[in-house]
Design a protein around this ligand. Structure first.
Ligand code: HEC
Ligand code: HEC
Ligand code: HEC
Ligand code: HEC
Ligand code: HEC
Length: 367
């Protein structure tokens, strides 16, 4: 399998070189050897044909990936989205056959190298991007946003149950939505609140591929160590701390910003549970597996997993908070992608629930 991937990668690259040496000016002089690049890519999630991200549609009849999924889950769908082979740019025109992963050609075509803007869910266009990050963003933007949640809510009262409404799941690995903050509004942004925009971090470590190797997807902790003196090994990334504010009110301003986010995230879970049980009278619980929020057994109080037990008593207030809880959950790098945006979303969700259930808001500080 591994060798097959490497060979396919090298063959595609050789074809690219043959057709358009001049179009890919960065190929000369080469930095890393092709062997190194191919080996890195082979170890990345992008090449993992066994992942659910690429096998989910294999047994469908016919075995194709629908238009609304193919852009991010298929080489063919992504090429279609970029407008190759006479397709319409910015949309997937037809279902894609199963069987592909994110091959070299996804990111290395004339169209991919020319990309400098991206349209996020809710139709928000972000412009002025570098080509590399723009391609990452196209697939790591999530599938929902403030706008799509507001569309579902309409003018239903804050604590009224929305008939027939299911949970709105932002989707997975939504790094770009976090990084761009209010420029993409991928989190649920409460009316009347201000949110930070794109996280600038520092100029040399501002884009996806400044921090992540474009081919392995990995972070190299040694890159971060010159400025974040605590970093030696990979796990030390979680202890990075620059912001002085004590957001969770525990008196510790030295622990990693990751743990400040985790503390508010855990508090939000408690508030969501309290609100669903005490205000809506329908206890809720979170479990892994779509759609993540489930009802509890009336006798034992245990979360009942499985799609038929999905939670279906959403009020607008509960949906907004649960959306943000999941948004932060589905970006494991939120603490590096845009820590203040994550903290703002969590704080505002807690504050909204605090209108109806006891939450120790005086303890928390919003960035
Ligand atoms: C997910 C997108 C993506 C995929 C897939 C991808 N690349 Fe790249 N590649 C990039 C980006 C972005 C750069 C720009 C350099 C950087 O930012 O690190 C790059 C740079 C390169 C370079 C120039 C490297 C240098 O050091 O100058 C080569 C050669 C290359 N890629 C070959 C490949 C091959 C071969 C494959 C498949 C095995 C591949 N790429 C798959 C995104 C990708
Ligand atoms: C905007 C890009 C995008 C679109 C569109 C998209 N996905 Fe995904 N999806 C992703 C990414 C990125 C991941 C990878 C998350 C990870 O494993 O890190 C993912 C992961 C998944 C997973 C694996 C979840 C898990 O628990 O690991 C499933 C299943 C899935 N998507 C289904 C779908 C379906 C069904 C559609 C169409 C209705 C769809 N996706 C549309 C980007 C997208
Ligand atoms: C065409 C869609 C697409 C593009 C473009 C893309 N990704 Fe991905 N990415 C995915 C999917 C799908 C997965 C999940 C793969 C899996 O489950 O094995 C993923 C996984 C990842 C992961 C690992 C998360 C995990 O599942 O463990 C990282 C890190 C990542 N991508 C970073 C990047 C970066 C950086 C770029 C730009 C250079 C990029 N991606 C471009 C679709 C894409
Ligand atoms: C300041 C450095 C930095 C920047 C910029 C950055 N990331 Fe990350 N990213 C991280 C760190 C640190 C993690 C958490 C450690 C990890 O999961 O590897 C992470 C995690 C991730 C993950 C989850 C990986 C997993 O294992 O599930 C994905 C996907 C991802 N980043 C994609 C991106 C994309 C796409 C961009 C650009 C929109 C981006 N990142 C920008 C540092 C960065
Ligand atoms: C050139 C110096 C420099 C490098 C290299 C650097 N950073 Fe940073 N980083 C900073 C500065 C300065 C801040 C504070 C930025 C701010 O809050 O505006 C920061 C903030 C952060 C934060 C948020 C901390 C907090 O308390 O808000 C994280 C997480 C982070 N960096 C991760 C990384 C990772 C991961 C890498 C390596 C891939 C990295 N940084 C490389 C200078 C750097």
């Amino acid at each position: 399998m591994k060798w097959a991937k490497i060979i396919i990668g090298v063959v595609i690259l050789a074809m690219l070189l043959a057709v358009g040496q001049t179009t890919f000016s960065f190929f000369s002089p080469p930095g890393e050897s092709l062997d190194t690049i191919a080996a890195k890519w082979t170890q990345s999630g992008h090449s993992d044909r066994t992942s659910i991200s690429f096998t989910y549609w294999d047994d469908d009849e016919p075995p194709v990936i629908p238009e609304n999924c193919a852009k991010c889950h298929s080489l063919y769908g992504y090429l279609d989205y970029l407008g190759l082979d006479g397709r319409t740019p910015g949309q997937v025109d037809e279902p894609a056959p199963v069987g592909s992963v994110i091959y070299c050609y996804a990111c290395h075509s004339q169209a991919a190298h020319a990309l400098d803007s991206v349209v996020f869910p809710g139709n928000t266009e972000v412009t002025g991007l570098e080509w590399g990050e723009a391609n990452c963003m196209n697939c790591h933007m999530g599938r929902q946003s403030t706008a799509t949640v507001n569309d579902a809510i309409g003018n239903v009262g804050d604590d009224d149950v929305m008939e027939g409404q299911g949970f709105i799941n932002v989707h997975y690995a939504v790094a770009a939505a976090t990084q761009l903050g209010s420029e993409a509004a991928g989190g649920y942004q409460y009316a009347g609140k201000e949110y930070v925009g794109r996280y600038p971090h520092v100029p040399d470590y501002a884009t996806c591929t400044d921090c992540h190797d474009a081919h392995s997807g990995q972070i190299t902790p040694a890159d971060c160590a010159p400025c974040h003196a605590n970093v030696v090994a990979y796990d030390d990334l979680y202890d990075i701390r620059e912001l002085p504010t004590d957001h969770d009110g525990d008196g510790d301003t030295q622990k990693g910003i990751y743990y400040e986010i985790q503390a508010l995230h855990a508090a939000l879970y408690d508030a969501i549970e309290a609100y669903a049980a005490d205000v809506l009278g329908e206890p809720i619980g979170y479990a892994y597996g779509f759609p993540y929020w489930f009802v509890r057994d009336p006798e034992t109080g245990e979360v009942l997993p499985g799609f038929p037990n999905r939670y279906m008593s959403w009020s607008p207030r509960l949906l907004r908070a649960a959306y943000n809880y999941q948004f932060v959950n589905k970006d494991p790098g939120a603490f590096s992608h845009n820590p203040e945006y994550a903290l703002q979303l969590l704080y505002d969700s807690l504050e909204d629930l605090a209108a109806r259930v006891p939450v120790a808001m005086e303890q928390y500080t919003r960035p």
